[in-house]
Design a protein around this ligand. Structure first.
Ligand code: PLP
Length: 591
């Protein structure tokens, strides 16, 4: 990739990143014995001490339920909560605080609009337009409401750099359109969209617009009046605030006309069994006890960001993104995904040479203390559009430094170096179908095989020390996986729902009626290891014994949850489901 600006300043006047880092206690933690390098800010940001203190102070001296008590403490909590609303309204330049609705996050904000505005206003055959780079939380709610109302979901396409094609959008808008929902800054590609123009174009045809600001608000000033959109959504936890709190801003006249999203306490004016009337904004959309501490903590986070000043943090983050793009882009074998001219703090990449799955990249980086996100980033359509399965993603925040970027780049180089060495010693090519070999049984039942494996893992853990040693041992088991012919890697053997590309090929052993065996493959080392674990337990066993064995219990026994993520557990669950359904079919066929 082309190098960017040659004059990237290392230090910016008016911004002392060392001082900022001192405000975030967790940044001084370590991971696997190395200093933590936290580069997963797109997933969630860390919290400054002032936010932690504010949360503690709220619970220590202000906690009561809001809006309900006549007593002083309840009034104190109500004041703090409503003051937080005003802080947030000012932060996004909203015309009024009553238009700021507290939600659990961006996801709930989008669902609120889709459900309430959508049900009341969408018409059969009319379009709901999203873009090709949306997070699933800005796709699925619209699909659900499109199904319910007869609406039609349409997509603004993008080019190979990850920039929306506004000419195509203009063409889409020629059909009747009721709504456009688009991301301000993409979490998977980093693209910053021209939401002002997108909004203007939608308004010209009478459509309303929601902007998903989840990845924007922590990095740039937000002005909903300048964008002129109808709804704006974001999450507190990506803005240095607590989890479980988010914001929906909406135009007052639209919110006033919308039906409630949920029913319950605090959103009513009066209730009888015959009829309920609803409270005014914002309460109409805040049924039940809200996340009071979250709102108060979010306001503290916003005040913290304001005390640093966007005029300081924007140049710092831009300079860091340029540096990271240059350094990572110059590593041979690395390809950056998402090269839009207008980009935010996200650096998605794949390693093509040698090919390394993003899962393996993430795992290896983790052992160097570098925390990045791997997978599809809840943007599966983006991965399909870019012709890839997943990426590794480093996402920056104001407290990141050039040293963090250097640690990332060094860990990526190490990953490539190690894999290149392994590649040169790896056995060549996939076998022909005529020379297929399947793993034999290693014990007389799945239960005995599992007991032996549990003991082996315990020995490894005792000898070499815990979680990392087990991880490495399982990866090494994957290195001895019997190879699967390319001809068998097709859609019928593909196991979906995994973070890597997984194929399983089960069969009844020729010459028997009930011996189950299977081959498996994956582009990720750790998943190959998990396939090897499953083969040790299941392959070569009677199909009925495969069905009878309680593998969940075995995983609990070896403490599998401690060293695999829930995403990978879903992948593992997908593999087990495939194995069990094949074994079930074999049992049924032999009955
Ligand atoms: N939209 C974008 C662009 C995101 O990056 C995310 C989270 O990563 C979301 C929406 C969903 O945010 P939350 O999970 O906080 O609701």
């Amino acid at each position: 990739m082309a190098s960017v600006s040659l004059t990237i300043p290392a230090k910016l006047p008016g911004f002392d990143v060392r001082r900022i880092r001192r405000d975030f206690p967790i940044l001084h933690a370590s991971a696997h014995g190395k200093p933590l390098v936290y580069l997963d800010n797109g997933a969630t940001t860390q919290k400054p001490q002032v936010v932690l203190d504010r949360l503690a102070r709220y619970y220590e001296s202000e906690n009561a339920n809001i809006h309900r008590g006549v007593y002083l403490l309840s009034q104190t909590a109500t004041l703090a909560y409503e003051e937080a609303r005003r802080t947030i309204a000012a932060f996004i330049n909203a015309p009024g605080a009553a238009e700021v609705i507290f939600t659990r996050g961006t996801t709930e904000a989008v669902n609120l609009v889709a459900s309430s505005f959508g049900r009341a206003n969408f018409k059969p055959g009319h379009q709901i337009i999203v873009s090709a780079m949306e997070h699933h939380s800005n796709i699925v709610p619209w699909q659900i409401i499109a199904q319910a109302t007869g609406g039609v979901l349409r997509v603004i396409p993008m080019n190979d750099a990850g920039e929306l094609l506004l000419d195509e959008y203009a063409k889409l808008l020629k059909q009747p359109t009721c709504f456009v929902s688009v991301v301000h800054a993409s979490n998977s590609l980093g693209t910053i969209n021209d939401v002002r123009t997108i909004t203007r174009m939608a308004h010209e045809v009478g459509a309303k617009v929601l902007v998903d600001g989840a990845q924007w608000v922590a990095h740039h000033p937000t002005d909903v009046r300048q964008i002129d959109c109808d709804f704006y959504a974001f999450s507190g936890h990506k803005l240095y605030g607590p989890t479980g709190i988010g914001v929906l801003w909406g135009r007052r006249e639209l919110l006033d006309a919308m039906p409630p999203y949920q029913g319950g306490g605090d959103m009513i004016e009066s209730v009888t069994f015959e009829k309920t009337t609803y409270a005014q904004l914002p309460n109409k959309f805040e049924a039940g006890t809200p996340h009071i501490a979250g709102a108060v903590g979010l306001a503290a986070a916003i005040e913290y960001v304001q005390s640093v000043g966007f005029e300081n943090l924007v140049p710092h983050e831009e300079s860091l993104l340029n540096y990271a793009t240059q350094q990572l882009g110059d590593v041979p074998g690395v390809r950056i995904i998402g090269t839009a001219k207008q980009k935010g703090c996200v650096l998605s990449f794949v390693i093509d040479d040698p090919p390394i799955s993003s899962l393996d990249i993430g795992n290896r980086l983790d052992r160097e203390g570098v925390a990045v996100r791997t997978g599809h980033h809840c943007c599966q359509p983006v991965m399909v559009r870019m012709g890839i399965n997943s990426t590794a993603r480093a996402s920056l925040a104001m407290y990141n430094t050039r040293e963090d970027v250097d640690a990332l780049v060094a860990a990526v180089k190490l990953t490539i170096h190690e894999r290149s060495a392994k590649r040169h010693s790896a056995p060549a090519a996939s076998p022909a179908m005529s020379t297929l070999k399947f793993p034999p049984a290693v014990a007389d039942s799945p239960a005995t095989a599992a007991d032996q494996l549990a003991e082996e893992l315990r020995d490894v853990s005792d000898a070499l020390g815990g979680r990392d040693a087990i991880n490495t041992h399982i990866e090494e088991m994957g290195e001895h996986l019997l190879p699967m012919p390319e001809a068998l890697k097709n859609e019928s053997t593909r196991v979906h729902g995994c973070m890597s590309v997984v194929h399983l090929f089960p069969r009844i052993r020729p010459g028997t009626v009930d011996v189950f065996e299977f081959l498996g493959s994956s582009d990720a080392f750790i998943v190959r290891g998990l396939i090897a674990v499953l083969q040790r337990i299941y392959s070569g066993q009677k199909a009925s014994a495969v069905l009878d064995f309680d593998i969940e219990n075995f995983f609990q026994r070896i403490g599998l949850d401690q060293f695999i993520s829930s995403q990978r557990r879903n992948g593992l669950a997908g593999m087990i489901k495939r194995i069990r359904s094949s074994a079930g079919a074999m049992v049924a066929a032999s009955a």
